[in-house]
Ligand binder design. Structure first.
Ligand SMILES: N[C@@H](CCC(=O)N[C@@H](CS)C(=O)NCC(=O)O)C(=O)O
Length: 235
C-alpha cells in the first residue's frame, strides 16, 4: 500500500485508497477539468471536495500541496520513477496526465506542441479574462454599478478570445482537428461556466460564435464530461 504520509493534506482529507490518484477539487471551471480528463482516461482516482475559504483551499493542509491556495491539485502515488508526486495548476496536471498515459495529446511532436499552445491560450487568456469578466459582471456588479469600464473591458477581451476560438473551430471538430485533447478539456468548462456560473451568455454574445457553441455541445455530450462535470460531488 502506498505511503502518502509525507503529504500533510492527507491528514485533513485521508485517502481511503492511497494506491490510486488523489484529486482535491470542486466542480468549478478549473476544478472539473481533471475529473473529466481522468474519466476520459479511465484512470482510477479518489475525489476529495475542497470548499473555498479558510477550512478548504486556504487551510495549511491544502496550502502544503498548493502554495497558491486554489483547486485543483493532485497526489499521484505512482508518479515518475514509481514515487508519489504532488502537483497543482490544472494545465500542468493535464499535461502530466496526458504524458503519463500517452493519451489526449497527439503522438507527433508538432501536434503535441500545438496542443500545448492551446492549453496555454486557455490558462493565460480564457481563464483569467473570463474569470475577471464574471467577477465584474456578476459577483462584484454592485461595486462597479457607476463604472461600466471593468465589466466592459473583460467582456470585450473575452469576446476577442471567443472570436479566436470561433475561427479555430470553424472547420474542426475539436481544437486539434480530429483528435479530442487536453486543449478541449481545459477550455470548454470555461465557455460553459461563463454562462452557468456568471449568466454571461447574452453579455458575451454567445450567439455570435456558432462554431464554438456547436463544439461546446459536443464536448459536454461526451460521457466522460457528463460524469466529470459533477465531481467532486457534495457529500
Ligand atoms: N491557474 C489555476 C487557477 C485555479 C483557480 O483559480 N481556482 C479557483 C476555482 S476555479 C479557486 O480555487 N479559487 C479559490 C480562491 O480564490 O480562494 C489553475 O488552473 O489551477
Amino acid at each position: 500500500m502506498s505511503d502518502l504520509s509525507a503529504f500533510p493534506i492527507t491528514k485533513k482529507w485521508p485517502a481511503k485508497n492511497p494506491d490510486i490518484l488523489q484529486l482535491y477539487s470542486l466542480p468549478t471551471p478549473n476544478g472539473v477539468k481533471l475529473a473529466i480528463a481522468l474519466e476520459e482516461l479511465g484512470l482510477a482516482y479518489e475525489p476529495h471536495r475542497i470548499e473555498f475559504g479558510p477550512d478548504g483551499v486556504k487551510s495549511p493542509e491544502f496550502i502544503s500541496l498548493n502554495p497558491n491556495g486554489r483547486i485543483p491539485a493532485i497526489i499521484d502515488p505512482n508518479g515518475p520513477d514509481g514515487r508519489p508526486i504532488g502537483l497543482f495548476e490544472s494545465g500542468a496536471i493535464l499535461v502530466y496526465l496526458a504524458e503519463k498515459t500517452g493519451k489526449l495529446i497527439p503522438a507527433d511532436a508538432a501536434g503535441r506542441y500545438e496542443t500545448l499552445a492551446w492549453v496555454m491560450f486557455q490558462m493565460s487568456g480564457v481563464g483569467p479574462m473570463f474569470g475577471q469578466f464574471g467577477h465584474f459582471h456578476k459577483f462584484a456588479a454592485d461595486k462597479v454599478a457607476n463604472n461600466p469600464y471593468p465589466a466592459e473591458r473583460y467582456r470585450d477581451e473575452s469576446r476577442r478570445l471567443l472570436s479566436i476560438l470561433e475561427e479555430r473551430l470553424k472547420d474542426r471538430q475539436w481544437i486539434m482537428g480530429d483528435e479530442y485533447t487536453i486543449a478541449d478539456i481545459t477550455t470548454f468548462p470555461w465557455i460553459r461556466g461563463a454562462d452557468i456560473f456568471y449568466g454571461g451568455r447574452e453579455a458575451l454574445g454567445y450567439a455570435d460564435f456558432p462554431s464554438v457553441m456547436a463544439w461546446l455541445e459536443r464536448c459536454v455530450a461526451r460521457p466522460a464530461s457528463q460524469k466529470g462535470l459533477e465531481i467532486p460531488a457534495k457529500a
